[in-house]
Design a protein around this ligand. Structure first.
Ligand code: PGA
Length: 256
């Protein structure tokens, strides 16, 4: 399988623009010791995108830039929103869509996720679509059905070409920021089921090309176990992405 591994850092609502510029410089320095291929992405808050993209451009750092959310219109009277066109202008090649924190606190639904996914692709930005079950669903044994429904609704209506470019992050909600994780095997079962869902929607070639990340308490100590699984193509990292050393340890574990 020649899918490129990806490690993406979700900085959440941490770092001022100055702190973000320092963090990406530190990450870049640590990356010099990484051997092997892996795509590295950092996702600062909106306010840090410009400063971080300036460092990436000026220092020619091999790091891709992502945002943490996007609105679906290109422009208009939408006070407080940020459009895909604005993100592309700042050098973003990725955007996280449908993170569980946005679903929980900001009324994100599968329908708004789908609008954002389509709008991102239309502006040449690849969405990193987050899906994942709450603890009660996990305990009732309904995880794969729950996640399949999120995937089917969230990424409906794409071309097969865009579907092949998709990145889907499987993040069990109960694993985010808690230090708890599913076993790598059970995370892989869900990743495989996500791939099968994409296969049913868009055909086997798209399913084989699209990448599935695992997210939720990924640390240097556990990353390589997830990366050893056949359907897991990398990680979306929250807490451990805020320190250059731990983030790049995870990148090293993914490098092939
Ligand atoms: P965590 O967050 O690594 O801190 O658990 C992951 C995420 O929310 O994307």
């Amino acid at each position: 399988m020649d899918r490129r591994m990806m490690v993406a850092g979700n900085w959440k609502m941490y770092t001022t623009s100055g702190e973000g510029a320092v963090l990406v410089q530190d990450v870049a320095r640590e990356l010099e010791a990484v051997r092997g291929d892996v795509e590295v992405v950092v996702c600062p808050p909106f306010t840090g995108l410009k400063a971080v993209s300036t460092v990436i451009e000026y220092d020619r750092v091999p790091i891709a830039l992502g945002a943490q959310d996007v609105f679906w219109e290109l422009e208009g009277a939408f006070t407080g929103e940020v459009s895909p066109r604005m993100l592309a202008d700042l050098g973003c090649s990725y955007v996280i869509v449908g993170h569980s924190e946005r679903r929980e606190h900001f009324a994100e639904t599968d329908e708004t996720v789908n609008r954002k996914v389509k709008a991102a692709f239309a502006s040449g930005i690849t969405p990193i679509v987050c899906v994942g079950e709450p603890l009660a669903v996990r305990e009732s044994g309904e995880t794969e059905r729950f996640v399949r429904d999120q995937v089917m609704a969230g990424v409906a209506g794409l071309s097969a070409e865009d579907a092949a470019r998709l990145v889907i992050a499987y993040e069990p909600i109960w694993a985010i920021g808690t230090g708890r994780t599913p076993t790598p095997e059970s995370a892989n079962d869900v990743a495989r089921s996500i791939r099968a869902t994409i296969g049913a929607m868009y055909g086997p070639p798209a399913a084989m090309q699209m990448r599935v990340l695992y997210g939720g308490s990924v640390k240097p100590e556990n990353a390589r176990h997830f990366f050893g699984e056949p359907d897991i193509d990398g990680a979306l990292v929250g807490g451990a992405s805020l320190a250059a050393e731990s983030f790049v340890e995870i990148v090293k574990a993914a490098a092939r």
